[in-house]
Design a protein around this ligand. Structure first.
Ligand code: UD1
Length: 423
């Protein structure tokens, strides 16, 4: 298995291009199942999760071609074969559940394995099922699979209020509602930029949607959707991750394509820690010129709050901050697996339930560490960039799910980082 070796060094300087959002792409791809005309996505990230979704859609009969080195995905859902979304593919990635809503809306039935994915908590799919049931679907859980059936005449519009904010359940419900009969109102909907991006794409395909980006989304069902070409929104998590590189190491890095509206709450915390973020005509420039950063507290929340997907990376920054910070994780119950690995590098962290207390040290020390999930793995790389000596990160297949060419992007701004290919 591959390893990534990082040798801590001084300030970083240069620019990093930010890719299209993994999480947006993973919901835009299943939208291709909603139409028999082609859907083309541009600015797609080149990641193993995208290849997993490609394999899943192909297994369902959809055509998916990766063009221009994978940056363009040309898809067509005209030959769906009624196959089930098999456990062998679905277990690799939780976002596979996002084929449920589109399949049900388009073909009236779906059989989808219950998902696996990152080991960061129980992560049930009850809200996905409840929203689709509100539209008249019948659900049965059998042998680890969800067997879903639409009523005769298809799904019907419904008013559904999510008891808690869920990104994936909102996406599934939205994709189902566009082909349902009548009006659907989704209340307490997730407001993440990836959902707004999905709504924009669906509208290009002919859907009638209002209110995306707010907590109430209204959908007027249509009989059919057409084809479209849609650029995937910038990855705000990759953006935030690379913004933290100069914050940790010092220096100045311009993140190309970065937008403040995607990372507002995160930038506010960086500002409080003493990191300067400015908008340029090409993206966002992040600078740390002198001294240690200040300790700041963080509470993760649904968008527009501080994203849980940047909590691990922010913890890496806090490990060398001046003072003590509290990081409260409110989205997932088991998302501090990076803490013991950071402690192997000399970090001082105490975890009690959903709160981690980090007391900054002057400098971390390189060590062999192990990636436990996607965001945890990149937090170890960030920590290693500024640590004394060499850090060897194992199990980097987690990293490859969500970060394209991480070693190239960081080397380009002066980091000493290389991948050692394993057997
Ligand atoms: C998405 C993102 C993930 C991010 C998360 C929160 C994708 C592919 N993944 O995951 O990177 O960390 O949003 O921003 O976009 N829940 C239930 N029942 C359900 C669904 C969710 O109880 O049916 C709970 C979850 O366990 C969790 C919370 O709701 O505690 C939020 O999860 P959700 O927003 O659904 O996350 P995902 O869509 O899985």
């Amino acid at each position: 298995m591959d390893q990534i070796i990082v040798t801590g060094n001084g300030p970083l300087d240069g620019e990093i291009p930010i890719a299209g959002a993994k999480n947006a792409c993973l919901t835009l791809m299943p939208a291709a199942l909603l139409s028999d005309e082609p859907l083309t996505l541009t600015n797609a990230p080149r990641l193993s999760d995208i290849r997993t979704m490609t394999a899943l859609l192909q297994s369902l009969g959809a055509e998916v071609a990766a063009l221009q080195g994978g940056q363009v995905l040309a898809m067509a859902g005209h030959a769906l074969n009624g196959a089930r979304a098999d456990y062998d593919i679905v277990r690799k990635m939780r976002a596979s559940i996002l084929v449920l809503g589109p399949l049900l809306a388009r073909t009236g039935q779906a059989v989808v394995s219950l998902p696996g994915g990152c080991a960061i908590g129980a992560r049930p799919v009850d809200l996905h099922l409840a929203a689709l049931e509100a539209m008249g679907a019948e659900m049965e859980l059998r042998d680890g699979y969800v067997h879903a059936k639409a009523p005769a005449g298809g799904l019907r519009g419904a008013v559904f209020e999510f008891p808690l904010v869920s990104v994936g359940a909102t996406e599934n419900a939205l994709m189902a509602a566009v082909l349902a009969r009548g009006t659907t109102v989704l209340r307490n909907a997730a407001r993440e930029p990836e959902i707004a991006d999905l709504a924009r794409c669906l509208r290009r395909m002919g859907a009638r949607i209002e209110g995306e980006g707010s907590a109430e989304i209204t959908v007027e069902g249509v009989d059919r959707l057409g084809g479209a070409t849609h650029p995937v929104v910038v990855d705000r998590i990759e953006l935030g991750t690379y913004m933290l590189a100069p914050a940790i190491c010092g220096g100045s890095v311009e993140c190309l394509g970065g937008r403040i509206d995607l990372v507002g709450a995160f930038c506010e915390r960086l500002d409080a820690a003493g990191i300067s973020v400015s908008e340029t005509d090409r993206g966002l420039k992040v600078e740390r010129r002198n001294g240690r950063v200040a300790a700041v507290d963080v509470v993760t929340e649904p968008f527009p709050g501080f994203p849980t997907d940047l909590q691990a990376q922010m913890m890496a920054l806090m490990c060398t901050a001046e003072g003590t910070s509290r990081l409260e994780e409110r989205i997932f119950e088991n998302r501090f697996m990076h803490a013991p690995e950071l402690m192997r590098m000399g970090a001082r962290i105490e975890v009690h339930g959903g709160t981690a207390t980090v007391t900054g040290v002057e400098r971390l020390k390189g060590a062999p560490v192990m990636a436990t999930d996607l965001r945890a793995s990149v937090s170890l790389i960030l920590a290693a960039l500024a640590a004394e000596g060499e850090t060897v990160v194992s199990r980097v297949y987690h990293l490859d799910r969500g970060y394209e060419r991480v070693e190239e992007k960081l080397s380009a701004v002066g980091a000493k980082i290389e991948r050692v290919r394993g057997g």
